[in-house]
Write a protein that binds this ligand. Structure first.
Ligand SMILES: [Zn+2]
Length: 104
């Protein structure tokens, strides 16, 4: 049995290719809302970030998220995303650690 191929995505901030599961998806919905999509299933244009606040901050600083989403992300949206990011970070890290036991 071959292992299932893991889909890789690139973090828009640090440009690292990572398994999709270890990235947080940010989506711009057809209604032009920008939100964190932990389910990975919302429709719209998506961008991926490592589940780390440092990468989120980098994406903010160099506008990588704006470019990836092809939209200008307003400062108040960044603030909201930053709060959401911090809120999901622990949960996300716990999930990622469970999945990546055989990684190292
Ligand atoms: Zn990153």
């Amino acid at each position: 049995m071959k292992p299932r191929k893991i889909p890789l995505r690139k973090c828009v901030a640090c440009q690292q290719m990572m398994p999709k599961k270890q990235l947080i998806r940010v989506v711009r919905t057809p209604e032009d809302e920008v939100l964190i999509d932990l389910s990975g299933k919302k429709s719209g244009r998506g961008a991926y970030l490592c589940g780390q606040v440092s990468c989120f901050k980098l994406a903010h600083k160099n506008r990588a998220l704006d470019r990836a989403l092809k939209a200008t992300v307003k400062p108040e949206i960044y603030e909201q995303l930053a709060r959401d990011f911090i809120a999901v970070e622990d949960e996300f890290t716990a999930m990622a650690n469970q999945e990546s036991d055989d990684d190292e």
